[in-house]
Design a protein around this ligand. Sequence first.
Ligand code: ADP
Ligand code: ASP
Ligand code: MG
Length: 440
Amino acid sequence: MKVLKFGGTSVGSVKNMANVKNIINDGEQKIVVLSAMSGTTNNLVEIANCIKIENSDQAIASINALHEKYTDVIDELLHDKPLNSKTKTYISDRFNFLVECTYKEYSQVLDNEILAQGELMSTFMFNSYLRQENISATLLSALDFMSIDANNEPAFRTIENKLAKVLDSAENADIYITQGFICIDGEGNISNLQRGGSDYTATIIGAAIRAEEVQIWTDIDGMHNNDPRFVEGTKPISDLSFDEAAELAYFGAKILHPQTVLPVRGYGIPVRLKNTMEPSAKGTSITSNHSETGIKAIAAKDGITAIKIKSGRMLQAHGFLKKVFEIFETYETSIDMITTSEVAVSLTIDNDKNLENIVSELKEFASIDVDTNQSIICLVGHSIVNHEGTHKLFKILKDVKVRMISYGGSKNNISLLVDTDNKIKTLQKLNSYLFELVTL
Ligand code: ADP
Ligand code: ASP
Ligand code: MG
């Protein structure tokens, strides 16, 4: 069985939903994972924020505007009267729930419940649409099998067992539809796999059922060799290894949730990235195979904080780094990049929730400099550090202010830390040199 995931744009209009229907209606049995309609999760985040700051008038205005939009979509999508009215009733229930939330006290649990409504609505609507088109489909609730543990990590064994039972007892169908993104946490509350998490849902399901492959259908023809939002003339990459794709996703290539590749890598289940609006385009295949060496793609991750820990006397002493790392461990903050010299260690974090506490503990034995608003630019390619052309990188970067470089941490990755203000310029420079002028 295959798992096919369709993102927000793919289910964001009636025209695109028709494309999705055509793609999945090939007689093969499959699980289809859907995101919320594009824009909806952002709207729900705004609604939750209004409730948090106790601006219920604004929350209700946003809820009503969104409800109207959904009513229009249902009228365009469903001409079958009973299905139209059944779907409107379901959607109205979701919006009534949102209105009730405006009377409740804000909590993280409430926030997660609000954010879950987008995927619940898109899957219900799409299931009705398939029924109208006489396509055999069954809607599965992700909340019946998608569980995370106390560390907010997917509980793989539980998911595998629960999903097997859900599939066993579900009405047999060619197409099983379920929600991306949403899940149940260790305490039985609704939670989620973080923004963009529907990709992760798809590969978690893919691993749980040992799928033949996982397809991620989106609004672009595969993983591009640079960020198409900031750089012109980027090109799709036809093949990536799991390692390369994992590095790109982790370091900011928005097309994939950072953890997407992890569940399927161990089973060797291929992941294909495809364009819903252009299904015949080749897209990107992510497999265990490695192709040529050299730089293949560049991605950037914002919101990085760099911390320089300076202590000339202590650094040479053994146990110094242990002491530093223990502080980060205490505050459950993971480190992305790290470089050392005789007198100082610089490292980066992408979560500054506990920055103040971390800095105050570090200050007990070192002097500390903190730089916020940094971006990691990550260059990825098989055995990139061994490639004969890679030395040209330093020439290309001659007038870019680079704060840190990580070279050799893995064979497949070179990371640079720059001020976020310089990110776009750096991406563009690297693009024009590496992909156009310099043939490495
Ligand atoms: P979906 O809603 O289908 O999950 P996303 O918006 O999450 O879609 O991801 C697709 C978007 O990712 C593209 O439209 C593109 O702007 C952005 N993107 C960023 N970096 C890359 C990259 N290296 N290759 C392809 N797309 C990228
Ligand atoms: N709807 C969620 C989001 O916008 C999950 C996803 O689209 O993958 O983040
Ligand atoms: Mg996405």
